[in-house]
Ligand binder design. Sequence first.
Ligand code: NAP
Length: 231
Amino acid sequence: MQTTYLITGTNRGIGFELSKRVVSNGDRLIAICRKPEEAIKLGELLIEYNDHMTIYAADVSNDIDLLDVASQIDCPIDTIICNAGMMSDQGGIVSRANESNIVSNILMTNIAGPFYTVRTFLPQLKLGKNPRIAIISSQMGSQKHQGASSYFYRASKAGVNNIMVTLSNELKSAGIIVNSFHPGWVRTDMGGKNANISPEESAENILKQLRKLNLTDTGLFLNYNGTELPL
Ligand SMILES: NC(=O)c1ccc[n+]([C@@H]2O[C@H](COP(=O)([O-])OP(=O)(O)OC[C@H]3O[C@@H](n4cnc5c(N)ncnc54)[C@H](OP(=O)(O)O)[C@@H]3O)[C@@H](O)[C@H]2O)c1
């Protein structure tokens, strides 16, 4: 049975690897990225899989962009993966990089972005088969994590985990499964080259775990290998 995925942040990193696996598995992909015209690898994927893949431009922190994409989509969506995200300053309390425009950008991208994405495509998701939502969060957002840096990145991932729980409570009666995932420490532009897993391994595992989930799992924060993590 073919599944239709909508994924954000698809031009590089984990989002690109998720996209590649979805289309090579024969599933349909609605790929969202900020600048499709500069997304070379994604463009090459489109040439290979153009019969079941489309690319749209949107910044997830801008719900007008997302509404414009939604107005062009008239098919049901089965799975939404809110992957787009950004890292902020990785320093401590005295870091000068936590100025208000930077803080605003990270909170809008990492917290409001997934919320706007889900809100915008909810009508299409409600028409989907076994509908589900995965938000790519981070264990750095867990209240149990022993971090002493990256204040607003941690806060943004804690915030989006809270959004995930609230969505799971509201959408359970509609049969929509909602979870967040820690993707591992992944060798991407964000994770850096010393990270311990590849984007291929992260994406493969997230998709495998996501397919297994059912309504009794809704509201859980999961590691990419499927184990439950503390919120
Ligand atoms: N890598 C890790 O070790 C790690 C660990 C824990 C959690 N994560 C999470 O995993 C997700 C993917 O991270 P990654 O490692 O693949 O990072 P990445 O390589 O830096 O890629 C980030 C992706 O998000 C997109 N993006 C950022 N802001 C956006 C916005 N406002 N609207 C639309 N797209 C936006 C980027 O697009 P542009 O090219 O346009 O900037 C890019 O496609 C993120 O949510 C991240 O927080 C990663």
